[in-house]
Design a protein around this ligand. Structure first.
Ligand code: PMP
Length: 414
């Protein structure tokens, strides 16, 4: 039976035999398992279990407290009582979910309110919501671009942007990370074709910030459209928290901006904002918008409450960046390769993923949670820790974490 077949498959992998037919589509799983077992040995520690809201210092499932340097709840709102209460009230009023697409039965008054408030916040005509940021990128790029078109992408763009381009069938031209000279060459080479430049604004692993001003100038010069993923920047950067395009004063040159609710807004979901005609097109042609159920009311209420706090409490943004700058400076003083690029994400580059994973486990033991990162998220040479800072980290929490970094420096230095 199939069940016995699968049991045999698992047994063979455990026993490290090489039993799988070339024609078995599961062969790659067996190869992956074996390679991983060899590499990770006894150090596997991914999928750590949390059992509470994400904040600066939390107690994990093993009842041990750790300083959390690896959450994207940048403004510290995942545990904010106002946000929690808004979510609960929405469940009481609207129930648990919408059970349908926004196009049909899935649009509540609060979905429309959130779209309108976000459009107002971002200074855009209109907004379309999707169930995740990942899905937003798939939906927008696959609806906007098609075979024969050209999408120009920064090499370090988020996976969801790559997957969106692949789904669209457009040709993908990749320029070296932040290399506008290379982008200009690719624009020249593809002149005469329909083109869109797509870039992250804050790069999720490196914490680098795109030169949107330079990119926008090239887009204008070559007649290309510009799509910017502000997932990590919205709520954190720019005078009012609209992101890097606001920070660099180039919002008018960005045709479409997208973002996520899973970071500063402490919930789940994504949005794309732009002029009314384009957003209307996406709301009637975007697969991930039309063919997927809309966000549940508790999530919409969470985001509305978080957006209100983003607007009313600008001091949170300053705290996030102060914390990141402080940590990057202190880490570098210890001797770590920890560049600060002006955003809340500070990579601690160790240059070896296996070392990053084993060090991560030792840090967990010592009371500090960081994100270990390596291929495919970053190249092996950039493997290490991805640390990120939030508005509710207190200096004492950060100093506690620094003690651990200091103690472990001799055994994990690059
Ligand atoms: N874009 C970027 C730059 C991201 O970092 C992420 C999430 N890591 C996403 C999109 C996807 O967002 P979501 O978590 O909402 O799917």
């Amino acid at each position: 039976t199939r069940r016995e077949d699968l049991a045999a498959f698992e047994r063979r992998i455990r026993e490290d035999q090489n039993p799988l037919r070339d024609t078995d589509i599961f062969q790659r799983i067996g190869n992956y398992q074996r390679a991983n077992a060899m590499r990770l040995g006894g150090i596997y520690g991914l999928y750590p279990e949390f059992n509470c809201a994400q904040d600066s210092v939390i107690t994990f499932s093993d009842n041990r407290e750790r300083v959390l340097l690896g959450t994207n709840s940048y403004l510290g709102l995942a545990d904010d009582p106002r946000v929690r209460e808004a979510a609960k009230a929405a469940i009481d009023r609207y129930g648990s979910g919408c059970s349908g697409s926004p196009l049909l039965n899935g649009t509540l008054d609060i979905h429309n309110r959130l779209e309108a408030e976000l459009a107002d916040f971002l200074g855009r005509d209109a907004v379309a919501l999707c169930s995740t940021g990942y899905q937003t990128n798939l939906t927008a790029l696959s609806a906007l671009c098609g075979p024969g078109d050209v999408v120009l992408m920064d090499a370090r763009n988020h996976r969801s942007l790559y997957d969106g381009v692949r789904l669209s069938g457009a040709d993908c031209l990749i320029y070296r990370h932040a290399d506008l000279g290379h982008l200009a060459k690719l624009l020249l080479r593809s002149s005469g074709r329909r083109r869109m430049i797509v870039t992250d604004s804050v790069f999720s692993m490196e914490g680098t910030i795109a030169d949107l001003r330079g990119i926008a100038a090239l887009a204008r010069e070559h007649g290309a459209r510009l799509f910017v993923d502000e997932s990590h920047a919205v709520g954190v950067l720019g005078a009012t928290g609209r992101g890097v395009a606001e920070l660099q004063g180039v919002e008018a040159d960005v045709d479409l901006v997208m973002g996520t609710f899973s970071k500063s807004f402490a919930a789940l979901g994504g949005y794309v904002a732009g002029c009314r005609t384009v957003i209307d097109y996406l709301k009637h042609n975007g697969g991930g918008h039309i063919f997927s159920a809309s966000l549940p009311p508790s999530v919409i209420a969470t985001v509305l409450a978080a957006l209100d706090i983003v607007r009313r409490e600008p001091e949170r943004r300053a705290l996030v960046l102060d914390n990141a700058a402080y940590m990057a400076g202190e880490l570098r003083a210890i001797g770590y390769d920890a560049p600060f690029h002006g955003a809340q994400i500070v990579p601690v580059i160790l240059g070896n993923y296996t070392l990053a994973l084993s060090a991560y486990k030792r840090f967990m033991e010592a009371g500090v949670y960081v994100n270990p990162v390596g291929p495919p998220a970053v190249p092996e040479a950039a493997a290490g820790f991805r640390t990120s800072y939030i508005a509710t980290h207190r200096r004492a929490d950060l100093d506690r974490a620094l003690d651990v970094f200091r103690r472990h420096f001799p055994d994990i230095r690059r």
